[in-house]
Write a protein that binds this ligand. Structure first.
Ligand SMILES: [Zn+2]
Ligand SMILES: [Zn+2]
Length: 356
């Protein structure tokens, strides 16, 4: 038997109704969620982080989006209806990241790599459903998804603080963990924003010597407070390379500019067998790289993390006190908060909070 408290027939949130430019307009929008199934949960949303992806999608920056578009995929809240096969109970505190479903049958899914499922990857918003319907995200009052993709938030993690971990957190945690960030390793985090500020904290939590790489020293104090062992200014590549060439095991690319110095700075900073992992997703292509620059080194990418990795990340976050630096905004302020995010004002994550 499924159990439930009262869940409305329609869910309601803040949507864009057309591709956005540099000025955002979000309006109230109610929609009927897809039918509830027995492996689903309904979540009453407490908090929803604002991710860079939200801005790209609202602007149709990665290709045409579907409108009306309610975005938001750093969702935390309380289970108010639990299907009998959902693995949850009413009252559970859970979080949902950027993925709300996969086929759960293929090799990738069976190996806890649901985030690389090629058969039925369903995005938390804009994800394809039956009959031309699509998922709507977390700038809303409720969210419905399979319980498998609703991860229990551990005691001791405030839901508002936990929200940005669901996308930004696991996006940096997964590759750091996978590529062996840990004691004796040197990690550089390129770009200090929503992703980067968590990259620094998780690299330190995993035990690596950690440097922030930034275009200026303006965030130096913040980076040190996040645990960085140093801040390297990337403008003067030559002097940086004199001291640091060939010393980094991993570089985590969280920001992007079309003229990023892959050949001239990032690759030379890496040790032999070092990796640069690009997690920030631009609207442009990566710049061309000379093959000579990647001898003995690799450039790779990483896409969010699996439910299992989200669980591991939560454990590390609780144990080592990794905490997103958040600024709370009322859900009703979604439009202005998105505008401020677009203008680069977030330090370092806005979290939309519902009245409870
Ligand atoms: Zn995201
Ligand atoms: Zn699959």
């Amino acid at each position: 038997m499924s159990t439930s408290t009262t869940v409305p027939e329609q869910f309601s949130g803040y949507a864009a109704f057309e591709p956005q430019g540099d000025t955002f307009t979000l309006k109230k929008h109610s929609y009927t969620p897809r039918p509830f199934e027995e492996d689903d949960v309904d979540i009453k949303i407490t908090a929803s982080g604002i991710c860079g992806s939200d801005i790209h999608v609202l602007r149709s920056g990665w290709g045409p989006s579907k409108y009306p578009a309610i975005v938001g995929h750093e969702i935390c809240g309380e289970v108010v209806r639990a299907g009998k096969n959902s693995g949850h109970q009413v009252g559970d505190k859970v979080g949902v990241g950027a993925q709300c479903n996969s086929c759960r049958q293929c090799a990738a899914c069976k190996e806890n790599n649901e985030n690389y499922c090629k058969k039925a990857w369903c995005a938390t918003y804009q994800g394809a459903l039956k009959d031309g319907q699509y998922t709507q995200g977390g700038y809303a009052d409720y969210y419905r998804c399979p319980g498998h993709f609703a991860i229990k938030v551990p005691e001791g993690l405030d839901l508002k603080v936990a929200a940005p971990l669901l996308c930004a957190g696991v996006t940096v945690f997964s590759p750091l963990h996978h590529y062996g960030a840990g004691p004796g390793k040197r990690v550089g985090v390129i770009g200090i924003g929503g992703l980067g500020h968590l990259g620094i904290q998780f690299a330190k939590a995993l035990g690596a010597e950690t440097f922030a790489l930034s275009t200026s020293k303006s965030k130096e104090e913040d980076c040190k407070a996040m645990g960085a062992d140093g801040v390297l200014v990337t403008k003067d590549a030559d002097s940086l390379l004199k001291e640091y060439a060939g010393t980094f095991d991993l570089l985590l690319g969280t920001s992007f500019a079309p003229d990023m110095p892959f050949d001239t700075l990032y690759m030379p900073l890496l040790k032999p067998r070092g990796h640069i992992i690009q997690v920030g997703l631009p609207e442009e292509r990566l710049p061309g790289i000379k093959p000579q620059a990647i001898f003995g080194k690799s450039i790779t990418g990483s896409l969010i993390g699996s439910p299992e990795e989200i669980k591991q990340m939560f454990e590390v976050a609780v144990k080592h006190n990794v905490k997103p630096w958040i600024q709370e905004r009322p859900m009703s302020d979604a439009q202005q908060a998105v505008q401020d995010m677009h203008e680069g004002k977030a330090r370092y994550r806005y979290v939309l909070v519902n009245d409870q």
